[in-house]
Design a binder for this molecule. Structure first.
Ligand code: AMP
Length: 114
């Protein structure tokens, strides 16, 4: 069984401020928010990194992003804008090895990377 912090949150062994859940996705507030809104969208199925996903996971990856945009619309900041980020491995700044999408909003995001 995978045993990252996020796996424990999914299994309700650790507390989290959960803002959304469906059969495949759990979303909760980041414990060290980098923006007024900072929510992590996590697949319940465990992948260490984006590199571990395959073609068979395409629909699930789509669901993660759609859950994030639906949350942005529901919370009323979709039009103002937001940023979604996936960090992959050490060079990408990943610290928790359970795939997740950061959704950040509520302030002007700094410099563009691309
Ligand atoms: P990353 O660096 O992309 O792997 O992102 C991991 C994120 O998880 C960081 O932004 C952390 O602040 C966040 N984090 C770590 N532990 C927790 C926790 N127990 N609850 C919520 N967020 C957490």
């Amino acid at each position: 069984m995978s045993d990252t912090i996020f796996d424990k949150i999914i299994r309700r062994e650790l507390p989290a401020d959960i803002v959304y859940e469906d059969d495949d996705v759990l979303a909760f507030r980041d414990i060290h928010p980098q923006a007024p809104v900072h929510v992590l969208f996590v697949p319940k199925k465990s992948f260490a990194t984006l590199n571990d996903c395959t073609e068979a996971d395409a629909a699930l990856l789509g669901k993660l992003l759609l859950a994030a945009s639906a949350y942005a619309k529901r919370e009323g900041f979709a039009e103002a804008g937001y940023r979604c980020v996936i960090n992959c491995n050490r060079g990408g700044g990943q610290t928790v090895y359970h795939l997740h999408v950061h959704l950040m909003a509520g302030r002007q995001m700094p410099e563009r990377m691309v």
